[in-house]
Design a protein around this ligand. Structure first.
Ligand code: A3P
Length: 276
């Protein structure tokens, strides 16, 4: 099993990862006005895609399309080529698997990060809830494989550190913390608008933030994409949307083990995370 890439082989059908990466390196042409939203899974991708689209549209109307349409590594290279500019492309790829042309064209990239304890719990519910994964491990099992990095796009530590390091040599990066989005969404939306040159008046940032609360987005039926992918009808990409929910799942011993691993893995990295 390849732990870097999704274990769900749903898309692109019959295409295969090898072909995707070959074509991504040899045929894919990035465009200078592309925007890439990168993140480790379960860090706020749906959320960011929603308000970034609103900034592009210049209104607070929910985006009438599935996130999957814009999912970089889940579309064929031809499909990406056929997308009109400006393209917003979502990716969970680790930095070293990104096609180099993106950096040569100086494309802007927003990297969304979330504290790894909440990511771990969120990813556990994600793989347990989606039938395609055929995952029936319990929490204790998932906790161990997450720390070993044997989860989709794992390990989390390398993903975050490699993307973070890039800021030293690439000027077109912006970093956003999930916890900051939770704390003050309008200010973060404004910051992002300035980075992507899609500024609006203050009222618009407030309107967009109001349209992008967890409750508003959960209610929005169009996010019930891929009908039937969840094992139960309660399954949803919008589960709790909280900071610190990990405390309801981690045992004291697991928390200690996680803290030790975090300290060891992140000692050469100065990003600060908010865990509650
Ligand atoms: P939880 O499982 O902790 O609830 P992604 O979109 O990258 O897959 O991330 C999914 C996580 O983001 C889920 O976390 C989901 O509930 C949360 N999320 C989605 N929309 C949100 C919003 N508007 N506000 C806060 N959290 C949101």
């Amino acid at each position: 099993r390849n732990h870097i890439l999704p274990t769900m082989e749903v898309w692109p059908e019959g295409y295969g990862w090898k072909k995707w990466f070959d074509e991504a390196e040899t045929k894919f042409k990035a465009r200078p006005d592309d925007l890439y939203i990168a993140s480790f899974p379960k860090s706020g991708h749906h959320w960011s895609f929603e308000f970034v689209n609103m900034l592009y549209q210049g209104n607070a109307h929910s985006v009438n399309k599935s996130k999957l349409n814009n999912f970089f590594e889940l579309r064929t290279i031809k499909e990406i080529e056929d997308m009109p500019s400006p393209r917003i492309l979502l990716t969970h790829l680790p930095y070293d698997l990104m096609p180099r042309d993106i950096f040569e064209k100086n494309c802007k990239i927003i990297y969304i990060m979330r504290n790894p304890k909440d990511v771990c719990v969120s990813q556990f519910h994600h793989v347990s809830g989606i039938a395609e994964y055929k995952y029936d491990g319990d929490w204790d099992h998932f906790f161990k494989v997450f720390l070993k990095g044997e989860v989709d796009y794992g390990p989390w530590f390398k993903h975050v550190k490699d993307w973070w390091k890039l800021r030293q040599e690439y000027d077109h990066m912006m970093y956003v913390h999930y916890e900051e989005l939770k704390k003050c969404l309008p200010a973060q939306i404004k910051r992002i608008a300035e980075f992507i040159n899609k500024t609006h008046d203050e009222q618009m940032y407030l309107n967009i933030a109001n349209a992008c609360t967890f409750e508003a987005m959960k209610k929005n039926a169009q996010f019930k994409e891929l009908p039937g992918i969840f094992k139960t009808k309660e399954g949803s990409f919008f589960r709790k949307g909280q900071v610190g929910d990990w405390k309801n799942t981690f045992t004291v011993a697991q928390n200690e083990e996680f803290d030790k691993a975090f300290k060891r893995e992140m000692e050469d990295c100065d990003i600060q995370f908010t865990f509650d």
